[in-house]
Design a protein around this ligand. Sequence first.
Ligand SMILES: Nc1nc2c(ncn2[C@@H]2O[C@H](COP(=O)(O)OP(=O)(O)OP(=O)(O)O)[C@@H](O)[C@H]2O)c(=O)[nH]1
Ligand SMILES: [Mg+2]
Length: 231
Amino acid sequence: MTSDSEIKKERFPRKLQAFPFVPGATSSELAKAHKFFFLPADFVKSATSLAMIPENTMIPEVAFIGRSNIGKSSLINGLVNRNGLVKTSSKPGHTRMMNFFKIGDKLSLVDMPGYGWKSRDEWGGMILSYLQHRKNLKRIYILIDPSHGLKESDTQIMKLLDGSGLSYQVVLTKVDKLSKTKYSAAKAQIESQLVKDAICCFPMVLGVSSKNKDGLDDLRAAILKAGQLSL
Ligand SMILES: Nc1nc2c(ncn2[C@@H]2O[C@H](COP(=O)(O)OP(=O)(O)OP(=O)(O)O)[C@@H](O)[C@H]2O)c(=O)[nH]1
Ligand SMILES: [Mg+2]
């Protein structure tokens, strides 16, 4: 008789070593995504409590989370081509509220306070509850600086999201700070950790520079796909 461990070995021969190949956006999808993000972008509301969050709307929503100073607010400005729409700062812990923005009444973007160093201690309760219960939330983007790699605070948040079955995609920020070779090595290292530990991680890690505008169309296309907005 075949034992359980033999059956397991046979059916699941080895642990996943790398993300499966997911095709990136085509050039026509990138062009459409680029155009979409030129629709008028507006600030909707800031929320410091769940009661203040804009009522569940029918439009798809994506949220940006990550350690303080990782580049969340700058990325939203980059995506919507508006330098001053979201306030940014070189001082960590700048964004203190959940800030909601909308693009052309079709897509909602949420900028979050950072976690980790110099963040508010209360990150967690309210934000996690929002992430767990928001009906129109289509994907969570977790921003990571490839120069620093995954920190304990990142893996803790990913575990919380995994525990709630919430899908997230990793975006590497400030890629302008690294040479191509160093960036590729850092990305490979981060991916190998994600493959091992991050159960609900979308199997495609993107890289962006809000400073140089690199990678923004790929992220725009990924957001539109996640939001099921036709491309
Ligand atoms: N080199 C470089 N610097 C960036 C980039 N994006 C953001 N920064 C800088 O990083 C710092 C933090 O940017 P923010 O966008 O305010 O970061 P945040 O994640 O919103 O920070 P908190 O609100 O404090 O959590 C600022 O000094 C930005 O100018 C980038 O793509 N490249
Ligand atoms: Mg911010």
